[in-house]
Write a protein that binds this ligand. Structure first.
Ligand code: 13P
Length: 257
């Protein structure tokens, strides 16, 4: 059984004080939860403070982005080692907002994945098709290229530190969630890709999160799908009540081992 992961991507929201308030509530309300990996990804400026606040909890801290160099003349960038220094265990890479708004390519994302793994951080590797790609029936081709090129040269052993997040671009921030079936189809396809690029074991062990308008009222159905191992939550992770409800998704009896 893959351990579920519920991750909150706070994007460009919250001051340090607001981030501390939210992290405090999540920590307090989840301190007995051990069978789910809970991750939060605040903005860079809040990371170190939130890390202090999370001491003694099981909540993993994540960066939202990084630059694939240890140090140097890269104005405005943050390295994997500095994320670790700030208390992070993970970093999100390849988010569609970075691909679309900042022109990040699969090969640049691959450099980041490699740099993060080399620095000992876990990777939340995002992929997903646009509406146009889906309507043109290019979705599978796009996902295959994103996985192949984004994970190029990542070994089967390193895959133990990689979580894949399927986030259809048309579902992000739109309130239009993929249906349970659409999510399962895409996740099963991605797991098949991992089987092809790696091994059956890697495919079985790798967690694939769904992201795109995950809310308290749709999380149970999504999490009941065989190949949906968790959620990467944007908007609903900014409100303690909603995020906590998502963390407490109802497990489908058929998926219990
Ligand atoms: P929303 O949950 O706001 O749609 O955002 C999803 C997302 O992009 C998480 O990374």
């Amino acid at each position: 059984m893959r351990k579920p992961m519920i991750a909150g991507n706070w994007k460009l929201h919250k001051t340090i004080g607001e981030a501390l308030d939210l992290a405090t509530v999540i920590k307090k309300e989840t301190d007995t939860i051990e069978d789910i990996d809970i991750v939060i990804a605040p903005v860079f400026t809040s990371l170190a403070k939130v890390a202090e606040q999370l001491v003694g909890s099981n909540i993993g801290l994540s960066g939202q982005n990084c630059y694939p160099a240890a140090s140097g003349a890269f104005t405005g960038e943050v390295s994997p080692a500095l994320l670790r220094d700030a208390g992070c265990r993970y970093c999100i890479v390849g988010h569609s907002e970075r691909r679309q708004l900042f022109g990040e390519s699969d090969s640049f994302i691959n450099e980041k994945v490699q740099a993060l793994l080399a620095a000992g951080l876990g990777v939340i590797f995002c992929i997903g098709e646009t509406l146009e790609e889906r309507e043109d029936e290019r979705m599978y081709e796009v996902l295959a290229a994103q996985v192949r090129d984004g994970l190029r040269d990542i070994t089967a052993e390193q895959m133990a530190q990689v979580v894949v997040a399927y986030e259809p671009v048309w579902a992000i921030g739109t309130g239009k969630t993929a249906t349970d079936q659409q999510a399962e189809e895409a996740h099963a396809f991605v797991r098949g890709l991992l089987r092809g690029f790696y091994t059956e074991e890697v495919a079985d062990a790798t967690r694939i999160l769904y992201g795109g308008s995950v809310k308290p009222d749709n999380v149970d159905g999504l999490m009941a799908q065989m190949d949906v191992d968790g959620a990467l939550v944007g908007g609903a992770s900014l409100k303690a009540e909603d995020f906590l409800r998502i963390i407490r998704f109802r497990r489908s009896p058929s998926l219990e081992d």
